[in-house]
Design a protein around this ligand. Structure first.
Ligand code: FE2
Length: 266
């Protein structure tokens, strides 16, 4: 099974702008930096990489999970850093539900970021990292033309589980990784932001080689071309570059976290 989002590679129009936001304001550690590339490490299991480009960007939506007991602190840290929280039409910034709460804000490239916490996520399994106490990257948004076809492909390739299934929206879930599969016609909450497909490389972490072998068999059965380079399996779905790589995230982590679609596995 897929355990987590291990790496996300995005475009930016300013490496310096990325560094000022993610490092100076959000305090993400920098692992590598050059004139046109920067690697940020919000947790020990996830790398956020930006490469500078000279073209227009489509913003991505991503969400970081924080412990429920640390949510208010994390929001406070973001605000104290001078980051503006986005408002819902009624003016509130924090959204509360039965299962948790969340807030949204944007980086300098217009990417829509979210901090989210759930009451059911078991604390003490993953180490909260940095000033925001981030546990893992929970969500990556995938705007698509055909939500049904895209989510079914994720199920068939990766044995992803589906939640909140609708014609224009679905969570496709593998371990801690939630692919937010949305119609390009459905706007991102809370600011009704047009969901344009971003250029991105998404690397999914897997715990052992048999998982990669199984995905390769699934790709071959569907006639989807793939390559293996730099220890990553690479293929494209729609215009999205997906990668799989072996990581040291223990495979039992999602179940230990008590995530709803991982509990039954143990
Ligand atoms: Fe989200």
């Amino acid at each position: 099974m897929i355990t987590h989002f291990a790496q996300l590679e995005l475009h930016t129009v300013s490496i310096q702008g990325v560094k000022q936001f993610y490092h100076d304001q959000l305090k993400f550690p920098v692992g590598f930096e050059s004139a046109d590339e920067i690697h940020l490490h919000p947790t020990e299991h996830f790398a956020l990489i930006f490469r500078e480009v000279t073209k227009a960007l489509n913003p991505v939506h991503i969400a970081f999970e924080v412990p429920f007991t640390a949510f208010d602190h994390a929001v406070n840290v973001v605000q104290q850093a001078g980051v503006t929280l986005l408002k819902w039409p009624d003016g509130r910034t924090v959204d509360k539900s039965e299962t948790g709460r969340n807030v949204y804000f944007r980086d300098g490239d217009g990417n829509l970021l979210e901090l989210i916490a759930h009451v059911y996520v078991h604390e003490g399994v993953l180490r909260p990292c940095g000033d925001l106490n981030i546990l893992y990257l929970r969500e990556v948004g995938f705007p698509v033309d055909d939500v049904t076809a895209f989510r079914e492909l994720l199920v068939e390739l990766f044995d992803f589980k589906l939640d909140k299934v609708a014609d224009n929206f679905t969570f496709a879930i593998g371990g801690t990784a939630h692919a937010v599969v949305v119609s390009k016609m459905r706007k991102w909450i809370p600011i009704a932001m047009t969901a344009l497909p971003p250029a991105m490389n998404v690397t999914l972490g897997v715990p052992n080689q048999p998982v990669i072998d199984a995905v390769i068999r699934n790709l071959e059965a569907k006639g989807i071309l793939y390559t293996i380079a730099n220890n990553r399996l690479h293929f494209k779905i729609d215009d999205y570059n997906l990668f799989l790589k072996l990581t040291n995230m223990p495979q039992e982590v999602p179940a230990l976290l008590q995530l709803p679609y991982s509990r039954e596995r143990n």
